[in-house]
Design a protein around this ligand. Sequence first.
Ligand code: HEM
Length: 206
Amino acid sequence: MTIVREKHHLLLRLSHWLNVPLLTLMIWSGVLIYWAHQPYLTIPDDLGPFELHHRLAEGMAWHFTVMWLLVINGLIYFSYLCFSGEWRELVPHRRIFPDAFRYILFDLKISRTSPEWSGKFNPAQRLAYFSAILLSIGAVISGLAIYKPVTLSFLLTLLGGYEVARFIHFFCMMSLVLFIFLHLIQVARAGWNNFRAMVAGYEMEK
Ligand code: HEM
């Protein structure tokens, strides 16, 4: 008999899927801002509508508008996790690093033994999703510090100055890109039932 079981709440699914266009816009507009940096202007650029040069104002307008939508979306996701108690599924336990490593070896069929785990996510997912949340918070905080370096000078000082904050911002963004890449591989490997649950909310169990 097939059992249909609720897996992801509507609010969680909405905020998850909203991340996709919002993050794409953030990364794209961030590249437009980044490309205005003097050294890159020497790189030939003839990509028609995707031309990157001289689009600083446009990049900033998109970046600083979409940022607020992403923050609001992040707050909705965060509030949902807090109120539903689902934060427990994501906060790493003490043995998360060795467990995640062992789970990856098991998943790649290099090892035959899987670490013990229970709940919604395996140890590798738990670590990856928790890291993605931390990286998103890091990207927003460092982004705010370099966006308003005078008004938020305390934040800039706390982060170690403008150059360090800029590096943190870039690091968080690149790590999020890496997360999305690995996330997509994991989603493809997990299969249709798992993907459908993030769309429809339910998973089937035989
Ligand atoms: C087209 C792109 C994406 C696809 C197809 C996708 C798919 C999925 C699926 C199927 C799950 C459920 C995993 C499971 O239950 O085992 C999931 C969870 C998750 N995804 Fe994505 N995702 C995408 C983009 C993103 C992006 C851009 C982010 C944010 C940076 C993200 C962050 C997360 C997080 C944090 C979870 C765990 C959600 C929870 O609290 O339950 N995903 N994703």
